[in-house]
Design a protein around this ligand. Sequence first.
Ligand code: GLU
Length: 481
Amino acid sequence: MTETVVTRFAPSPTGFLHIGGARTALFNWLYARGRGGKMLLRIEDTDRERSTKEAIDAILDGLTWLGLDWDGEAVYQFARVERHRAVVEEMLTAGTAYRCYCTPEELEAMREEARREGKKRLYDGRWRDRDPADAPAGIKPAIRLKAPLTGETTVDDQVQGRVTWQNENLDDFVLLRSDGTPTYMLAVVVDDHDMGVTHVIRGDDHLNNGARQTQIYQALGWNVPVFAHIPLIHGPDGSKLSKRHGALGVDAYRAMGYLPQAMRNYLVRLGWSHGDQEIFSTEEMTDAFDLPQIGRSPARFDFAKLESLNGHYMREAADIDLVGEIKRVLPHLAAGAALAAKLTPDMEAKLVAAMPSLKERAKTLVELLEGAKFLYADRPLPLDDKAAALLTVEARKLIRDLVPALAALADWTSTATEQAVRVFAEERGVKLGAIAQPLRAALTGRVTSPGIFEVLQLLGRDESLARLNDQAVQGAVPATA
Ligand code: GLU
């Protein structure tokens, strides 16, 4: 019988869920979901000063937004401190760990010396075999792993391949600090073991920790999980990812108007490939995802690619769903509350009707909302500079003269309004564009919008005529008209 796959995502809640963390979570999720396994969530909140409730909430919220669910309740590492201590106690009894009474000054001197002599081991093991009877009074010991002095420690990494460390270069590192707090190294091993984790997929900045953790597993006689250390994400120029390059919290991507499914698709391709395929449904990525196809060199973040993927997902989305996404993003936008107040059922229906043409022009939900602004703008409409320049006195007169013809229409459809405007243009001997552009300016406040007859239909008769009247030169219609 094959073992059930159990992965975990183990963020430290000292900041938001950044893009690299989101990708790690996605890889763990895909690996588990594709194998009928489980993905667990462990919040590594042992750094009491830097771990915050806001960061925990942001992580949970970010995962939920991305659609990455975890099995069971999240585990909080700090709550398991007694168990961590108990394991260290067992190790002391078994002789695989020992008490070290070095003072901070002694340790500093030791490090200095090691550095001077170019040694990789910073701790010289002086309490390793010393008689506990030598223990100085009044000093609380730290507890260190009695690591093997010779031989090798090997990690058969699913991404990095077989990586080997000479044990003589690895320290007897600390498991439990003298103040009784467990180190990250120990806590991770105990938790992964107790949670039944079979696969540890995480950033390759933890590769060296993989060797140390392997030593702890071996000291405890526990099975070592499969490791997969994935390369970090770099900026487009190959440098470390900076904010400008996209090293942002997942919440920032939501506020920029990216769809979670586009984000997932973008993230899965950051460092992993499946032939030349770029677009993956969730099912396709769960089926295809595997560790050996993760590249060993850092992935490069590319905003343009994310944008174009997002545009793709927006065009594919059903209009009603897109409006749903707009509603979901509003609470995360600065102007969101004002907009939300305008989203009456009638306005929602208008938005849905406008989606087919708006989504062709937009790459993000924010651009989509921007394009839809004319629908929910208040009268009298503010005009942008180009629109204002178009609305000359002549143009305003044309609008004034056109209004009665439009008002007389029995049907308010794009076909009917188009017909009326064409007849009017012919009567006046002007080109259609000479009327259409001022109409657009008066109806939308801009010089670009969906087709003008579609705009008229979307706005409806009353709103359209009111907007046109707002901009028309007032006064009597000339007798010749
Ligand atoms: N808490 C660690 C981090 O956020 C991850 C530990 C692990 O995955 O083993 O970097």
